[in-house]
Design a protein around this ligand. Structure first.
Ligand SMILES: Cc1ncc(COP(=O)(O)O)c(C=O)c1O
Length: 408
């Protein structure tokens, strides 16, 4: 039998390529070390130009007139996002955040009292609040999957729980959790939900832009993401992917006259495709900025971004471990988010001390990932998140600063 062809993995960006990306990213030129890309990353100049240019046109010729002028480019953002995740433009709905997009999908899914919603310990806080709210208001049962020995969602446990699937309203998965460095095996979960014909909602807020995310490979019905994190887009932007085959099984919970057409005095019809989840009003400048940011990802190549982010995060994990710190990351596949803590100095104090040295980091707190925090008994952690703009020099300097904080 002929050996199957395995395409070579693309290499991380070389130093001169990273320098070129940094040269067109204003946040990389002022001496700041930004290790908070999973909070909000640093946009390229073209992203700023797209937003500022549109704001200028709105101010000079009027908001509706500027929207008409930019209509083609505005539509292009849907197409560019679709191309990035292996979808069609009509399968993308724009939103002002990932949580809004996720909520639009979640609350469109029919859920009856006693039905199960299957979730995992890495769910984001906003999603968990929705589960609890659905339990309180609709009587659904939250069925939490355990993690496997690597810390990722247990695929075997899901297979077992889907053996009887007629009472399952939804399987929800956070692809890259808020902390923990982990990449959950979304495609393995998708194979099971497809076989069981159960709706599958993926929170890809922290994976789109740093990993190659393909909705067909994952096999999800819905996928939500934000602009401001690894896509390096503007704050206040996000999107939802909705598979055409799910649309007849769900009902948008709060349609307006853009998501639906007021067809007669007492009736309406939903817009075609994912548009039914959108609202009429949105930040045109933000959406154009997001389109420019996604175009940058296309130009750089998501595979090379992923290779660079993965390499940089692994380098940082090694440096922190060498310093004697515990790294709390789990999973077979790890991403650009690195979490650590010191037994002697509170993470909030570490973050503040780093900030005084112009190093941006963030800290985790129980309310954003309580299931995980309680299961692993995690402390408040320092979260350092890298991107393809991050250099080894920046990591070495950060670890040198941490060393001096911890030794004083
Ligand atoms: C895993 C995950 N999902 C969803 C969100 C919400 O994103 P947004 O603030 O854009 O709504 C976040 C934000 O940190 C997140 O980490």
């Amino acid at each position: 039998m002929a050996a199957s062809f395995v395409p070579p993995s693309p290499p991380p960006f070389a130093d001169d390529e990273v320098a070129a990306i940094r040269a067109v990213t204003p946040g990389c030129s002022g001496g700041l070390i930004h290790l908070n890309h999973a909070g909000s990353s640093l946009p390229a100049q073209v992203v700023l130009d797209a937003q500022l240019g549109h704001l200028q046109r709105e101010a000079v010729i009027g908001g509706y007139e500027a929207a008409a002028e930019a209509a083609d480019r505005t539509r292009e953002t849907h197409a560019s996002i679709a191309r990035l995740i292996g979808a069609e433009p009509s399968e993308i709905a724009r939103f002002g955040s990932a949580a809004e997009a996720w909520m639009a999908a979640f609350w469109s899914i029919p859920m009856a009292a006693g039905q199960r919603i299957i979730v995992h310990d890495h769910e984001y806080g906003a999603n968990a609040i929705a589960f609890i709210h659905a339990a309180k208001t609709r009587g659904v049962v939250i069925d939490r999957l355990p993690s496997d020995e690597c810390g990722q969602v247990s695929v075997d446990a899901l297979a077992e729980r889907l053996q009887r699937a007629d009472d399952v309203a939804l399987v929800s998965l956070t692809h890259v959790p808020t902390n923990g460095g982990l990449v959950n095996p979304a495609a393995a979960i998708g194979r099971l939900t497809r076989a069981a014909d159960v709706p599958f909602l993926v929170d890809a807020c922290q994976s789109v832009g740093q990993l190659n995310v393909d909705v067909d490979e994952i096999g999800c019905d819905f996928l939500s993401a934000t602009g401001r994190k690894y896509l390096r887009g503007p704050r206040g932007t996000g999107f939802l992917y909705a598979r055409p085959s799910i649309l007849d099984r769900v009902t948008p919970s709060q349609p307006d006259h853009h998501g639906a057409k007021w067809s007669s005095t007492d009736d309406y019809t939903f817009a075609a495709g994912a548009q039914r989840f959108e609202y009429w009003e949105f930040s045109h400048a933000g959406w154009l900025g997001l389109g420019a940011a996604v175009d940058v990802v296309h130009e750089l190549g998501i595979d090379r971004i992923e290779a660079t982010v993965t390499e940089r995060a692994n380098q940082l994990r090694t440096m922190l471990t060498d310093l004697g710190l515990t790294v709390y990351d789990e999973g077979l596949q790890r991403c650009g988010i690195v979490t650590t803590a010191s037994p002697n100095v509170a993470s909030a104090d570490l973050k503040a001390a780093l900030s005084r040295c112009s190093i941006n980091a963030s800290t985790t707190f129980a309310g954003s990932s309580r299931y995980d925090v309680e299961r692993r008994n995690l402390p408040d952690m320092l979260r350092l998140s890298v991107h393809c703009t991050t250099t080894v020099d920046e990591l070495e300097w950060t670890v040198a600063v941490l060393t001096s904080i911890l030794r004083n």
